[in-house]
Design a binder for this molecule. Structure first.
Ligand code: TYD
Length: 220
């Protein structure tokens, strides 16, 4: 029986996901027994290996659908070994990117067809759906500038290296997902100050699970 809660964080490059995940995890740790923070692609040794292959651009020649299959292979391992067991223990699982990234990135700019990606997603997730998805929304110019500053001298990875029009399409894709699934998704304006974004995330969690606000550790 699934008892935990599954929160995913999505958005383009440089939206500040990692910082916000850290902050939300800290806020939740005061109130719930177990919080698991993880990321995609990755989260298990096997999935981390696939991560380095994909982000180095070594799978690019497979095309968008081939990359989607690799992200999905990594996701299946991650779900089986980390996410599903954590949810079964009653943990709050916070995941940096998940299936919506495949819909957006592998579906952008004439990539894989939406219906193929939807079929692949159904098979991959096997019923493990996020309860809440934050889409951290920022103009691609601002996001890419932030990502560039964060990266410093390091080379851009496979997707950071795509041009502005690709990143503009990603933003549209994420906003379309949010429109199509308003129950699950919350679009968060990520161009604001870090504290404001953190407050917006926390109030969305309280709205979704009001009892989080009442007593400490009451979810234990
Ligand atoms: P990461 O360094 O984690 O990027 P970010 O800090 O922006 O989250 O690298 C993950 C990259 O992989 C990112 O560019 C998005 C891309 N990606 C996909 O294209 N499809 C996917 O299914 C996932 C999970 C990520």
């Amino acid at each position: 029986m699934r008892k935990g809660r599954f929160i995913t964080f999505e958005g383009g490059e440089g939206a500040g996901k990692s910082t916000q995940i850290r902050r939300l995890a800290a806020a939740l740790r005061d109130r719930v027994r177990e919080v698991v923070v993880t990321r995609e692609p990755g989260g298990t040794p096997l999935a981390e290996k696939l991560r380095s292959v994909i982000l180095a651009g070594k799978a690019r020649d497979f095309g968008a659908m081939g990359e989607a299959l690799l992200f999905s292979a990594a996701r299946i391992d991650h779900i089986d070994r980390v996410i599903r067991p954590a949810l079964a223990r009653g943990a709050f699982v916070l995941c940096d990117r998940f299936a919506d990234s495949t819909r957006a990135y592998q579906g952008a700019r004439g990539g894989a067809e939406d219906n193929m990606l939807a079929t692949l997603e159904r098979v991959t997730l096997a019923g493990v759906q996020p309860d809440l998805t934050f889409i951290l929304d920022i103009a691609p110019e601002a996001g890419m500038a932030r990502a560039g500053r964060r990266r410093g001298q390091e080379a851009a990875d496979r997707f950071e290296a795509e041009d502005l029009s690709f990143h503009a399409q990603l933003r549209e894709k994420f906003l379309e997902i949010a429109d199509a699934e308003p129950e699950r998704c919350r679009v968060i304006d990520a161009a604001r100050a870090e504290d404001e974004v953190a407050a917006a995330l926390w109030s969305a969690c309280l709205e979704k699970w009001p009892s989080l606000g009442s007593e400490r550790k009451q979810w234990a």
